[in-house]
Design a binder for this molecule. Structure first.
Ligand SMILES: [Fe+2]
Ligand SMILES: [Fe+2]
Length: 198
C-alpha cells in the first residue's frame, strides 16, 4: 500500500469514529486514491486528491495549534478528531468526477502536441461540492458532528457564493460565525492549494 494511503487510513481510523471502516471501503470503490485533485490547477495527477487531503490535514493541524496559542479556550471547538474528519474528507465529492483524456497544447517551438490530462464529468451525482461530500459521508454511515457537516458543506466559500440567493449567503454567514472549524478548514484548503501546490 502506498505511504499516503496508509497515513490517510491510519489518521481516520485513529478518530475511532463510527463508520470509518465503511467510508474507507467506499472511497476505494469510487477511486479516491487514484483521483487527481483538479483538472489542471493543483494536484492534477493520479493520487493528487489523496495528497491534497493530507496536505490540508497538515495545514489544519498547524493552524489549530496557532489558534490555541492565541485563544486557548477555542480548543473545545477544534478537537483533533474533527480536524482529521473535515481535512481528510472535505473533497470526497471529487473522487469520481475526473476522467483521463488526451489534451493538446503548443510546445515551446509552437507545434501542437498531445499530453495526458483530465476532463471533468459531474453527471454521476450532480449535487454540488461540499454538500455532495457531506451527503456521501452520511450515506456511507459516518458519524459526523454538526460542526463537521457545516465546515465541509461551506468550505468552498467564495468559489461557491457568486450569484447565490440571499438565503444561501445568510446561511454561509451564520455558518462562519458559528463554526470555528469552518475557518480552519477554509484556510488550510487555500494554503495547501496555493502555497504547497497540492
Ligand atoms: Fe473542495
Ligand atoms: Fe480541497
Amino acid at each position: 500500500m502506498n505511504e499516503n494511503k496508509k497515513r490517510f487510513e491510519a489518521l481516520l481510523t485513529e478518530t475511532g469514529r463510527q463508520g470509518v471502516g465503511n467510508v474507507l471501503a467506499e472511497l476505494a470503490a469510487v477511486g479516491f486514491h487514484e483521483a487527481p485533485a483538479s483538472t489542471r490547477f493543483h494536484g492534477a495527477y493520479p493520487g493528487g486528491l489523496l495528497e491534497h487531503s493530507l496536505k490540508v490535514y497538515e495545514e489544519a493541524m498547524l493552524i489549530r495549534d496557532a489558534q490555541l496559542r492565541l485563544k486557548p479556550d477555542v480548543a473545545a471547538r477544534l478537537p483533533s478528531d474533527s480536524i482529521a474528519i473535515v481535512a481528510l474528507l472535505h473533497d470526497v465529492c471529487k473522487a469520481d468526477i475526473y476522467n483521463p483524456v488526451q489534451k493538446r497544447k503548443k510546445n515551446a517551438a509552437g507545434a501542437w502536441e498531445s499530453y495526458n490530462g483530465y476532463g471533468v464529468d459531474y453527471s454521476g451525482f450532480p449535487l454540488g461540492h461540499g454538500e455532495k461530500s457531506v451527503i456521501r459521508l452520511l450515506r456511507w454511515g459516518l458519524e459526523m458532528k454538526d460542526d463537521e457537516i457545516i465546515a465541509i458543506r461551506w468550505h468552498m466559500s467564495g468559489f461557491d457564493l457568486a450569484f447565490q440567493s440571499p438565503e444561501i449567503l445568510n446561511n454561509y454567514g451564520a455558518a462562519s460565525d458559528k463554526c470555528p472549524l469552518l475557518a480552519v478548514l477554509r484556510a488550510a484548503d487555500g494554503l495547501a492549494s496555493h502555497i504547497l501546490g497540492t
